[in-house]
Design a protein around this ligand. Structure first.
Ligand code: MSP
Length: 515
């Protein structure tokens, strides 16, 4: 396994208002970035904003602003997600930046020079909100856009085309040689049949708008927003030449995380653009599912858009992050409801996990003045708990490698439950009454806290602040975010001799009325 790990979110439309969907991709990517740092890997994690195109141009005009001014004003909504959701992105790219113009221009020039991009004329049905052309056949009855069901308009314009047809077979060969390029499998099958169905050349320039990156040598055209947007993943590494070494270290990207709606762009167009330019396609694209809210599609008109900032104010970033990744198997669609969120937080975090730590710290305070005792080995129950911890570390790793966040968290909770059960079975409150059992009591409390420490380490990519609080409460040094599994993931890492507080409130219970 290479040491470098490059993960990206899609770049978000700058003029949108952040909602649960944006938060979801970002939180999942962050958890994966953090987990890979925990494994000691050299991680580069990118997010950012997609700023060109007709929607921004129109909306700026309506407000009497230049598109760039509008973008500068609204980009803070997305940049603010980083502190609010405790995201650890290494860079935030904006497609309106000069570095991005350079990268897109360069990539486009290579394909122009080798004939993969050529000038032609485009005729078709255009949907402005979706920024997509459709063929007559694709339109719904009444000339409606098949994606958003709004009327499409007939357009004809000179346009540069990308020779996508030439890449049909190379793409199919690439999918075959890289069975994990598109995950989950359902998405892979869709893409393979789409490409098998034949590919038309793709229009990659527009003359109908000005807010975009000019076609090199023909500034009456601006480059198609998707060509522009996808290239962000290379720009951030310093492509074409600004940051020597970074592209070599991090490209091909390990994972582009995307929603299921934008798989075609990432799995068909993007690898073809790259192949044409002689650049390796990314290693993988993972498409997650879609959130509905209380059983309904989320929409401004229904007024049910889940605002991530409000979630964080009400429940805290840890709880929101935990819910998003625990509730729904990654790749499947899910439904958000405040009740199921409150239930999850209280049951898993406050009760099961919080309780493990607090009941043990309480007993340690009462019986040993909070001083962690040196454990005495030999009891099979203790060995079984240690073995369980080791198998959970392995299970979490296997699940995280497959982006099975919910299953990874389920595995951690097996250890939480095993540790709570260990306490119930060893009955430390009874040992406390027997003066001859002091050493055993110290050992039992050590083991329960040690299991909690490993759970803290394993959950730290998902609930970073709570994990840090618990890490400190367990007397561990420094930041859990700087810990590694190789140094801290083995049994016995808890220090004895340190004095701990009697409790640590990492997960306040959520009262239903408050929420
Ligand atoms: N700008 C493009 C991406 C370009 S990447 C080179 C874009 N932006 S977006 O802001 O509309 O969407 C960003 C992400 O949010 C997508 O991955 C999309 O799937 C995701 N979601 C939008 N609504 C969603 C839900 N209701 N549920 C889950 N994710 C959804 O597309």
């Amino acid at each position: 396994m290479s040491d470098a790990f490059y993960i990206t979110t899609p770049i978000y439309y700058v003029n949108d208002v952040p909602h649960i969907g944006h938060a979801y991709t970002t939180v999942a990517a962050d958890a994966l970035a953090r987990y890979n740092r925990l494994k000691g890997r050299n991680v580069f994690f990118l997010t950012g904003t997609d700023e060109h195109g007709e929607k921004v141009q129109k909306s700026a005009a309506l407000q009497g602003l230049q598109p760039r001014e509008l973008a500068d004003r609204v980009v803070t909504r997305f940049q603010g997600l980083t502190p609010a959701l405790e995201i650890t992105n290494d860079d935030f790219i904006r497609t309106s930046e000069p570095r991005h113009y350079e990268a897109v221009t360069k990539l486009f020039e290579i394909s122009l020079a080798n004939g993969d991009i050529y000038l032609g004329a485009y005729e078709g049905w255009y949907c402005t909100p979706c920024e997509s052309y459709w063929t007559e056949l694709q339109l719904l009855d009444g000339g409606l856009c098949p994606d958003c069901r709004r009327p499409a308009e007939k357009r004809s314009e000179p346009s540069y085309f990308f020779r996508l047809s030439k890449y049909q077979q190379p793409l199919l060969d690439f999918y075959k040689a890289n069975p994990k390029f598109i995950r989950p499998d359902a998405r892979r099958n869709e893409i393979v049949s789409f490409v098998e169905g034949g590919l038309n050349d793709l229009s990659v320039s527009r003359t109908s708008l000005s807010w975009g990156i000019p076609v090199p040598g023909d500034p009456a055209h601006v480059i198609y927003v998707w060509y522009d947007a996808l290239t962000n993943y290379l720009t951030a590494l310093g492509y074409p030449d600004a940051n020597p070494g970074r592209v070599d270290t991090f490209w091909p990207a390990d994972i582009h995380l995307v929603g299921k709606d934008i798989v075609k762009f990432h799995c068909v167009f993007w690898p073809a653009f790259l192949m044409s330019a002689g650049i390796a396609p990314p290693r993988s694209v993972f498409a997650h599912g879609w959130w509905t809210v209380e059983g309904q599609k989320m929409s401004k008109s229904l007024g049910n858009v889940v605002d991530p900032y409000e979630m964080v104010r009400t429940f805290g970033a840890d709880a929101f992050r935990y819910f998003l990744l625990r509730e729904v198997p990654f790749g499947k669609d899910g439904d958000f409801s405040r009740n199921s969120m409150i239930h999850r937080i209280n049951a898993d975090l406050s009760n099961a996990f919080g309780n493990l730590l607090n009941r043990t710290l309480g007993l340690l305070g009462k019986n040993f003045g909070g001083v962690v005792q040196q454990p005495v080995p030999g009891d099979p129950l203790d060995a079984a708990l240690a073995a369980r911890a080791a198998s959970v570390v392995d299970a979490v790793d296997a699940h995280m490698n497959e982006l099975e966040f919910s299953r990874a968290l389920e595995s951690v909770w097996e250890l939480v439950d095993a540790a709570n059960k260990y306490i119930d079975t060893t009955e430390p409150w009874k040992l406390a009454k027997d003066p001859a059992a002091t050493a055993r009591l110290g050992t039992v409390l050590y083991n329960a806290l040690e299991a909690a420490r490993i759970c803290v380490l394993l959950t730290s990519p998902v609930i970073p602040s709570a994990a840090q609080k618990m890490w400190a409460a367990l007397g561990c040094d420094g930041f859990v975010a700087s810990a590694t599994l190789s140094a801290s993931g083995g049994w016995g890492g808890l220090k004895s001799g340190v004095t701990l507080e009697k409790s640590a409130i990492a997960f306040p219970r959520i009262e239903e009325e408050k929420a």
